[in-house]
Design a protein around this ligand. Structure first.
Ligand SMILES: Cc1cc2nc3c(=O)[nH]c(=O)nc-3n(C[C@H](O)[C@H](O)[C@H](O)COP(=O)(O)O)c2cc1C
Length: 348
């Protein structure tokens, strides 16, 4: 019996249908994809993300001329396995002919999609007129897109920012996007910040909505402030995008993609137990050691720090991972701070 004069509010969890989308002929089954992440979106991490639902991943950016020379770096960045598909290889560079040759190499190597980076805000890229710098030079971007589309026998996509400087208008963006789709690009990923803003301030989700409105029948993937699974669903709903890219939100949390399904279904996001976190940390460590050899523990130190936020005492765990210099110390952190009962990984 509801008493007179009182309003009862019943909270019904919002359900949201997660729809597949296409990149050219490729059907991507989960609309939340793993973003390109320099130093993180390598083979071991991608495989874990895929296990928990990521249906599409992108490598970290690879310099076009590094792709064209053989060597350890080339081998590690381009590493993939049969279950790591569909996979985009991301290129960064500024010379149309060199980018086209690197794209051909990525096609030969077995990447499913070639993604072109016109978004990177780091000083090294900008000072060499690559990445985000090119948001101020749409003519060069257009030449690169034309050359790569002509060279690649599979879908080509671009990753762009909203603009170069925060005070700029969006004209360059629209010129680049119109040209790219006209030239045959299969999708565009938009990080809704200026290059100048790097990763600070709020991403402009209204701009992402405007991009999707303008290119209603094209594939548009949004990026920016997808900090948790709830935000991923909110961005999909807000901007009516085909997909969103999980970047910082997925670092140290390969369960992110499964959690998105939970949230979309109206449930609380799954939280892995300490024993499960430990098992995944061990597997991630083993994968890194297989790929990077003796560099594995050093690389995994920064990765462990990212996982710490899932632990009940994140600051303590972060500090423990900061100290790690070798495999024995890595295992020691896991033994001391995570539930036991799983086999130790070895490192060569
Ligand atoms: C550590 C780190 C590395 C990144 N590396 C790349 C990269 O190699 N290529 C790229 O296109 N974007 C890269 N990004 C940008 C992300 O893909 C994403 O667009 C950006 O972080 C915005 O999403 P977020 O606010 O949800 O993190 C990187 C971001 C971070 C934090």
């Amino acid at each position: 019996m509801i008493p007179h004069g009182r309003i009862i509010v019943i909270l019904i969890p919002v359900k949201f249908e997660l729809k597949p989308f296409r990149i050219g002929h490729i059907v991507v089954k989960h609309p939340v994809v793993l973003a390109p992440l320099a130093g993180y979106s390598d083979l071991p991490f991608r495989l874990l993300c895929r296990r928990f639902g990521a249906a599409y991943c992108t490598t970290e950016m690879m310099l076009d001329r590094m792709v064209l020379v053989c060597g350890k770096l080339h081998h590690r960045m381009m590493a993939m396995t049969g279950d790591d598909h569909p996979l985009a290889g991301q290129l960064i560079g500024n010379d149309p002919a060199e980018m086209a040759r690197a794209a051909e190499e990525l096609c030969r190597h077995g990447f499913d999609v070639i993604d072109l980076n016109f978004a990177c805000p780091v000083h090294k890229a900008l000072s060499r007129r690559r990445g985000g710098h090119l948001m101020g030079s749409p003519k060069i971007v257009n030449q690169i897109v034309d050359a790569v589309v002509a060279a690649a026998d599979r879908p080509v996509t671009i990753k762009v920012r909203q603009k170069l400087k925060s005070a700029d208008a969006d004209d360059s963006f629209w010129e680049i996007a119109e040209h790219a789709f006209g030239a045959g690009a299969a999708a565009i990923t938009v990080h809704a910040r200026s290059v100048e803003a790097k990763y600070s301030g709020q991403a402009d989700w209204d701009f992402l909505a405007a991009v999707k409105q303008r290119f209603a029948d094209r594939t548009v993937i949004g990026s920016g402030d997808v900090t948790c699974p709830k935000k991923a669903v909110e961005l999909l709903m807000h901007a009516k995008l085909d997909g969103v890219a999980a970047a910082r939100g997925a670092l140290g949390n390969p369960w992110f993609f499964r959690q998105v399904c939970d949230v979309a279904g109206g449930d609380a996001p799954y939280h892995p137990s300490l024993a499960e976190q430990k098992a995944i940390l061990l597997e991630h460590f083993q994968g890194a050691c297989d790929l990077y050899g003796s560099q594995g523990p050093k690389i995994m130190r920064k990765v462990g720090i990212r996982y710490a936020r899932l632990h009940p005492t994140p600051t303590k765990i972060r500090m423990a991972f900061v100290e790690v210099k070798n495999a024995a110390q890595w295992h020691d952190v896991l033994e001391r701070h995570y539930d036991d009962g799983v086999l130790q990984a070895s490192c060569t």
